[in-house]
Design a protein around this ligand. Sequence first.
Ligand code: DX5
Ligand code: ZN
Length: 219
Amino acid sequence: MLQPARIVAPSLLAADLAKISEEVARAGRAGADWMHLDVMDGHFVDNITFGPELVRSVRDATTLFLDVHLMISRPDHFLPRFLAAGADMLTVHVEASHDVAETLRRIRQTGCQAGLALNPATPVESVLPFLDQIDLLLCMTVVPGFGGQAFMPDVLEKIRVVAATRAARGLGFHIEVDGGIDGVTAARCAAAGANVMVAGSSTFRAPDMALAIAQIRNA
Ligand code: DX5
Ligand code: ZN
């Protein structure tokens, strides 16, 4: 199975949230492939961001693919609202409180793509039972909750294991990394087998966003 193409997904968390539609447009002009939206509930992670209404506003503002990362304790409970808000990909955490297989099945049933995320400390074995049910596996490269943290290189080995398992099973899901990604760390993740690069600080806060995205794409 061929590795899927490189995708750069700027994270809205690092944008100027007082002018979201302008920031989304700026990311699109700078070459973003996807928009990454970080939903945090103050329970699963120690931070609060936004909910389905904001996802819907972004949906109305752009045709970019919306990659919605749910860092919430009960993704199953909120699923219908995020699906209705127009997400293209809904990624749920394996560590959250839900029936993971059932949540993934419900996401895909509506035509939305299903992603599964795991934290840096979570062993790769926890996601292996679900690999044939997903369109994307998100290997967190920081402890989730905040932008601007340092990349954790220990996760590279997990990415290699996931990529090897994907090849052995003939599967085609994306492997996404999120946290501390820039041109340098993206190269290391790509070499390990990742193809979707989420980047907040290094894109939205760069002096030249188009250059920053190009550096991640070509890393
Ligand atoms: C962290 C979020 C990330 C965050 C990445 O919990 O999941 O998407 O926005 O930010 P940077 O790229 O600044 O590390
Ligand atoms: Zn994220």
